[in-house]
Design a protein around this ligand. Structure first.
Ligand code: SF4
Ligand code: SF4
Ligand code: SF4
Ligand code: FES
Length: 948
């Protein structure tokens, strides 16, 4: 369905008791509070409209939607008038038609017929045409346009604003407020002079606009329009798919013109995003066809050789022969594979199957190791399931929202907009973060408490919050008695009640004033509905798993689990972090989080896969690096992951990768890891394949092929060919068959199939006989593990401490316009907003070092050093510095250390002791990198010596 074909009901849904009325002789029953406009549209008696759209509250300015109501004088606007029982409405009459024509003619005088670049998408021109209007009687030099003519604002890389086409309906202004929550737009001036203005009458690019596109989606004319539409013709095809950036998992509709995506629009029926998107998903898809794409397989014998283009057969056979050779010489466990949270569930499942069944080892891990592995550990131990408890809409029922170690407006923007809507409606906000994230204070949103803790002291803060809850009698004792293990609770209660965990005792450690901790604890506990959302600022610590358990403890003790409006929700960074974990990517677990040592589980996989499987846990990523360095691990297959850029302590990682005899990379671009590879298998973007992603709400959504794979094969097909070349047969004809196998082997996926996803739109697992339509809220009535289990979470300071040599604490994060290591977004016009990573430093720390805004600074840690440009800001506290990590030339991971979570080895990215000094220029290697061309040089095909 094209976006403009969507049946817009005019005003949002209401939820009152049923009311029955008569519209044009038809009996219509709708919830009380519904507008006449919506009721009429639901009965297929659509009333003309211009200023109304069903994603926004009614406004009532255009007056084209007038109707007649029996027994009432005048002609009320149907968008602002609510239905009433027994009401009789007429939507069509001579008088109404005459009035509508008059109003439309006035609009057409401001916006002549045919003036939109694409009149078929213009609601005004369509409506005027339907009313027989070809031109206006009111046109002339004294119209508003003559007064307000402005040049077209084309500053934004993706869309432009043409004031001459604007009918000042305010839909864009309201979309920016209600849908996006940015408040970047206003209507400036009065009467004929009124016009849309961005921020302080600035070009869009320089304004507060975050380029989400909600205003374009709302605009009924071509005044706000994607630049891509100015050149593309009408779409010939529209494909509903799922965004491949963050864990919100927005449903998008890709419109295709002449075989290329002409625009991407948010799917109004998307359950996760409800018709909204952000600058990445909506606009930054151009990387998929970027000239840097590698589309031909490459091989080389040594990493010092040049690459050679070869056929698929040759590349696959070479990779397989190398893996076989290595295993024959060094043993079965000398090889392994890495799955990617960017790939589909089906692709991930196949890679781990290849490692377990074709390689015959459990040496498989996933990039989720370095982000949310502590989430799996902490939530599984306390509640019995390794996933978030809520669906996103649950936040609309929260009274108190707690955001810990996450910046939703940057990393999960569409969910942030939903959260901000709830906050504007009155929910309270507690932010626990070393940095003043944008949510702390933004238009119409302000945190009630910002617990600005020192990096590395999360567990001390969560224990202090729990201390207040327990010692001030704020626990939900009935809930605990009914739903949790008594013994574990008593032990935990005694532990947190100890004065050593009081906010006062913890204040010198955390840097957070005790009274703020006490206030925040009371606010959360009294809710009545308290919802916790957290991110990598929780997990990427030496006590990441402890902190996740601490959060779960607090939620259980306050009864904040098992219903809407509450819960513990990890905000997953990449699109398919949840899915990659679910699919059995960890070395100790099959899909559905079942241990490889469990004989009965292993037996079901062995029966299906027809091969004996190892009961021994395999190597995690850091163990693979260690084993590579000690010589026992020699071959690796990495799908869609850039370990050399994304993993900590780069020099350690690259030393390990250099030690491998065969590194096979499957990716869409040459990346840092490919520098150490022997075989490069071209990958496919999300636009080029079928499959599914699972978002942070456990929602499984379809990824649908929009264009043909540039390299000829989808990633799952390449894995399958590699497996066949290794001698373990795989014969899937379509990813739906892989999903059928997943469903057959995974209890939480038993009821999942492509047919069902297509029918329901999306499904939240568990989906099985007990929950055939999926499970929006987890742990209702009882926890998955039976009784909730409390864990004692003693605070253990990280080894990474400040000293006189390294006096500052570095923490890291993301920015809205860029994504992760930037491989995709750096190849899009998103560079207009963020073209380099900067080091944020507090004015006091900058002054003490003689550093000024924009200076280059050397950042040195115990692991290494790099150079960044500086930004002086009070967003960070004194003693703390912060950077993003989207550009390889920033070398952020050169300075992060080997410290990791005690339970899962998730790296401690968020705490690195550093020194910062002013320097003259970037390091020599950074200058070389910036000067270098992005694509790797390679020669045309020349057969390798005996590649088999
Ligand atoms: S693109 Fe989004 S943020 Fe920018 S003006 Fe439009 S609605 Fe507001
Ligand atoms: S830009 Fe579009 S949505 Fe905004 S006021 Fe003008 S016509 Fe209405
Ligand atoms: S990046 Fe995230 S929030 Fe933005 S469109 Fe994609 S899934 Fe939605
Ligand atoms: S649509 Fe009702 S007044 Fe504009």
């Amino acid at each position: 369905m094209y976006a403009k074909d969507y049946h817009d009901l005019g005003t949002p849904a209401a939820h009152g008791q049923s009311v029955t009325l008569d519209i044009d002789g038809a009996t219509v029953t709708v919830p009380a509070g519904t507008s006449i406009m919506r009721a009429a549209a639901l009965a297929d008696r659509d009333v003309p409209k211009l200023c109304a759209t069903d994603t926004l509250k009614h406004f009532g300015s255009c007056r084209v939607c007038l109707v007649e109501i029996e027994g009432r004088k005048g002609f009320p606007a149907s968008c602002t008038t609510e239905v009433a029982a027994g009401m009789k409405v007429r939507t069509q009459s001579e008088a109404l038609a005459k009035m509508r024509r008059g109003v439309l003619e006035l609009y057409v005088s401001e916006h002549p017929m045919g003036s939109c670049p694409d009149s078929s998408r213009c609601e005004l021109e369509t409506l005027a045409g339907e009313h027989g209007i070809t031109q206006s009687r009111f046109g002339g030099p004294k119209t508003a346009r003559a007064h307000t003519h402005q040049p077209v604002d084309a500053s934004n890389p993706y869309f432009r604003f043409d004031n001459d086409l604007c009918i000042v309906c305010s839909r864009c202004v309201r979309a920016c407020e209600e849908t996006q929550g940015t408040f970047a737009l206003t209507i400036e001036g009065r009467g004929l002079e009124s016009r849309v203005s961005a921020s302080q009458n600035q070009p869009f690019l320089e304004s507060e606009c975050v380029s989400c596109g909600a205003c374009i989606e709302a605009c009924p004319t071509g005044a706000l329009m994607e630049k891509s539409l100015l050149t593309a013709g009408l779409p010939q095809q529209a494909v509903t798919t799922t965004c491949a950036y963050c864990g919100v998992g927005c449903s998008l509709v890709a419109e295709v013109t002449d075989g290329a995506v002409s625009r991407m629009v948010p799917n109004r029926d998307g359950r996760a995003n409800q018709g909204h998107a952000c600058v990445k998903g909506r606009f930054a898809y151009g990387y998929a066809t970027h000239a840097d794409r590698v589309t031909k397989p490459l091989i080389r014998k040594s990493i010092t050789d040049e690459w050679t283009e070869v056929s698929w057969d040759e590349a696959i056979n070479y990779a397989a022969s190398e893996f076989k050779r290595i295993q024959a010489r060094y043993g079965k466990d000398s090889v392994g594979g890495i799955t990617s949270s960017r790939c589909t569930n089906e692709e991930t499942f196949l890679v781990q199957k290849l490692v377990r069944a074709a390689f015959g080892t459990n040496n498989v891990d996933t990039c989720a190791r370095v982000c949310h592995s502590p989430t799996g550990y902490g939530l599984k131990h306390t509640m019995g399931e390794s996933a978030g408890t809520q669906e996103f809409v649950s936040v609309q029922h929260a009274d108190v929202i707690v955001v810990i170690g996450a910046s939703p407006t940057e990393a999960h923007p569409v969910f942030a907009s939903q959260m901000k809507r709830r906050l504007r409606a009155g929910a309270k906000l507690i932010v626990v973060d070393p940095r003043a994230i944008p949510l702390v204070k933004s238009p119409h949103v302000e945190a009630d408490y910002h617990l600005r803790l020192l990096p590395g002291t999360n567990v001390a803060v969560i224990n202090a919050l729990a201390h207040v809850v327990v010692t001030e009698g704020l626990t939900k004792d009935d809930y605990i008695a009914e739903r949790c293990e008594r013994e574990s609770y008593e032990k935990w209660k005694k532990f947190v009640a100890d004065p050593i965990n009081s906010p006062e005792a913890m204040e010198p450690i955390t840097g957070v004033k005790a009274e703020l901790v006490r206030g925040a604890a009371r606010l959360y506990a009294k809710g009545p509905n308290g919802a916790i959302y957290y991110g990598l600022g929780v997990t990427e610590h030496s006590q990441g798993s402890t902190m996740v358990m601490g959060i779960a403890n607090l939620a259980m003790a306050t009864g904040n689990l098992g219903r809407e409006g509450v819960g513990v929700s990890p905000l997953r960074g990449q699109n398919n972090v949840q899915g990659s974990c679910d699919m059995g990517s960890f070395p100790h677990e099959f899909s559905g989080y079942r241990h490889v040592s469990d004989d009965s589980v292993r037996a079901t996989f062995e029966a299906m896969w027809k091969v004996p499987l190892s009961p021994e846990q395999g190597l995690r990523i850091p163990n693979m690096f260690e084993a590579a360095l000690d010589g026992s691990f020699r071959g690796m297959y990495i799908q869609g992951e850039d370990l050399a850029q994304s993993d900590p302590n780069t020099s350690h990682v690259t030393a390990a990768l250099s030690a491998l005899e065969c590194l096979v990379i499957q990716d869409i671009f040459h990346n840092e890891t490919a520098k150490f590879a022997h075989v490069f298998l071209p990958g496919t973007s999300f636009l080029e394949k079928d499959g599914t992603f699972t978002n942070a709400e456990r929602r499984i959504s379809r990824v649908r092929k929009v264009i043909e794979p540039l390299c000829g094969y989808a990633d799952w097909e390449v894995t399958m060919r590699l497996s066949n070349a290794l001698g373990y047969p795989m014969n899937y004809r379509h990813p739906s068959e892989i999903m059928d196998e997943i469903a057959a082997l995974t209890p939480t996926f038993t009821g999942v199939s492509y047919e069902k996803i297509d029918r329901l739109g999306s499904i939240q697992w568990p989906c099985n006989d007990q929950a055939p339509a999926g499970t929006p809220t987890m742990h209702v009535g009882t926890f998955v593990r039976g009784k909730g289990k409390f864990y004692v979470t003693a605070y253990v300071p990280t080894h990474e401490r400040t000293t006189s040599k390294y006096p500052l604490l570095l923490t890291t994060g993301r920015i809205l316009s860029q994504y992760n290591v930037g491989a995709q977004t750096r190849r899009t016009p998103n560079l207009a907003w963020h073209s380099e990573d900067r080091l944020e430093i507090h004015p006091h720390d900058a002054e003490a070092r003689g550093i000024e805004h924009g200076d280059w600074v050397g950042v040195t840690s115990r692991a290494g050093d790099t150079v960044l440009r500086v930004e002086i800001t009070e967003r960070v506290a004194p003693g703390v510095v912060y950077t993003t990590f989207h550009f390889p030339e920033s070398g952020a991971n050169l300075i992060t250390t080997d410290n990791s979570d005690w339970a899962t080895n998730c790296p401690e990215y968020k705490v690195t002791a550093v020194q910062v000094v002013k320097v003259a220029q970037p390091a020599a290697w950074q200058q070389r990198r910036q000067a270098a061309k992005p694509a790797s040089p390679r020669k045309r095909r020349a057969p390798m010596d005996n590649p088999a």
